[in-house]
Write a protein that binds this ligand. Structure first.
Ligand code: PLP
Length: 454
């Protein structure tokens, strides 16, 4: 058995972390989470923390689900691994594909598996370009994305994404990807511009990019229905219908990245259904297994899937763990829990609206809060220095980190991104859990304000 200090020393000596400043690790040491149950995580010192991020937007059914452990155990005993290459497969990815086709929008009936959201987006990028090549239009290969989008950390994921810090370390992106403005009214709407008009203008940026490149050269537009890592940016209701109209007008495919929004977070199986979008592909991962196993599923619409079948020829693409039998067994058990416990309906009808009301009534009035917003169980709190002018505190990110650190010290895990606090709790949260979270967040805001105004 290792002490916390010993583990931290070993960690700093040998473990390179994702999205971490390694200089910091040597100073403060990492926070060691050692167990979890229901909506709570516990650190190595036994401190209980309410997990407002569902791990990393993924543990939708909460922690401690023995059914999922048993599903993995049974499958590992029976058949721990076999591949899905070269016309082989195993039963669980077959059954999972059937289930996903049932819950996905009606025109989506095929699934391609990977282990992560990043891989699924790589697949999506290659697949839409392959589709246009099959259609005899290989030059139709430009993908339009948005500034500040997050589509993963592989080279293709980073290239599709619009995070400037990530792109600056890429040293050469995948070619033929262009980025347009994001639908973020809080910072980008003109004074006096209505939400509706702003949504139409943000969509028009996509049309402008299509016309500039020439529609005959544009393969697809990709977007998160609600930008997650970029700060839970909820577009105005006018945005997605207009994006859909533009894509149809110029015969540009629509790729939705639902790695965060998939499997119930917005109060429907997919945000496509919450928002009435009919995408050609939907990238999913995370909550497909509630994070209990690494698994991603790229849901592929009939238009692309039927071209693969009718035109034939091999799509030279796949991962060793595509359709991993154990991960798929866990996904099946996870989807069963979501259905059996009515978690999606609960988000839509009860906890989602309650969460929104609690944020509006008990957080938005705080002196360092400029805006709160939520959709289903996905929320954001904008931290500002001045409510009226929406001026931010100096040194972007410092204020949000202060709120986050006070929150964690106060038993509440939430994430800071730029000057925005983000929340994405497990779907098992009840009104009582929401009340507890709001109370802890309000206290963290008070303490952070005290420090920041010193
Ligand atoms: N797409 C979106 C919208 C995400 O939020 C993420 C991860 O947070 C990814 C893709 C990448 O998924 P992964 O980290 O599983 O590769």
């Amino acid at each position: 058995n290792f002490s916390l200090n010993q583990l931290q020393d070993i960690d700093a000596a040998h473990h390179l972390h994702p999205f971490t400043d390694h200089k910091d690790l040597r100073g403060a040491g990492s926070r060691m989470i050692t167990r979890a149950d229901g909506p709570f995580i516990y650190d190595s010192e036994g401190k209980q923390i309410l997990d407002g991020m569902a791990g990393l937007w993924c543990v939708n059914v909460g922690y401690g689900r023995h059914e999922l452990a048993e599903a993995a155990y049974e499958q590992m005993k029976e058949l721990p691994y076999y591949n899905s290459f070269f016309r082989c497969t195993t039963p669980t990815p077959v059954l999972l594909s059937k289930k996903l086709a049932e819950v996905a929008p009606a025109h989506i009936n095929q699934v391609f598996y990977g282990s992560s959201g990043s891989e699924a987006n790589d697949t999506a990028l290659r697949l839409v370009r392959h589709y246009w090549a099959l259609e005899g239009k290989p030059e139709k290969n430009i993908i339009i994305s948005r500034h500040n989008a997050y589509h993963g950390s592989t080279v293709a994921g980073t290239s599709l994404g619009g995070m400037s810090a990530m792109q600056s370390q890429l040293g050469g992106a995948v070619p033929n990807i262009v980025h347009v403005m994001m639908p973020y009214a809080f910072e980008l709407a003109e004074p006096g511009e209505s939400d509706h008009d702003f949504g139409i203008r943000a969509a028009k940026a996509i049309e402008d990019a299509i016309l500039e490149a020439g529609p005959e050269n544009v393969a697809a537009f990709i977007g998160e229905p609600i930008m997650g890592a970029g700060g839970v940016k909820i577009p105005p209701a006018s945005y997605w219908p207009e994006v859909q109209r533009i894509c149809r007008k110029y015969d540009v495919l629509l790729m939705l990245d639902e790695v965060i929004t998939g499997y119930g977070r917005t109060g429907a199986w997919f945000a496509a259904q919450s928002m009435g979008i009919e995408p050609d592909t939907i990238t999913t991962a995370k909550a497909l297994t509630s994070g209990y196993q690494p698994l991603s599923a790229l849901l592929v619409g009939d238009r692309i899937a039927s071209a693969l079948v009718e035109k034939g020829g091999e799509f030279f693409h796949g991962y060793t763990y595509s359709g991993h039998p154990v991960a798929c067994a866990v996904a099946l058990a996870n989807l069963e829990i979501i259905e059996k416990e009515g978690l999606i309906e609960r988000v839509r009808d009860e906890t989602g609206p309650y969460f929104n009301k609690a944020l509006k009534e008990r957080i938005e009035g705080h002196p360092i809060v400029g805006e709160v917003r939520s959709f289903g169980l996905m929320g954001a709190i904008e931290i500002v220095k001045d409510k009226e002018s929406r001026a931010r505190f100096p040194d972007e990110g410092t204020a949000a980190v202060a709120v986050r650190d006070h929150a964690i010290a106060n038993g509440m895990m939430l994430r800071a991104t730029g000057d925005t606090m983000i929340l994405s709790p497990p779907l098992i949260w009840t009104r009582e859990t929401i009340d507890l979270a709001i109370e802890r967040i309000a206290k963290a805001l008070d303490l952070a304000e005290r420090d920041l105004r010193k």
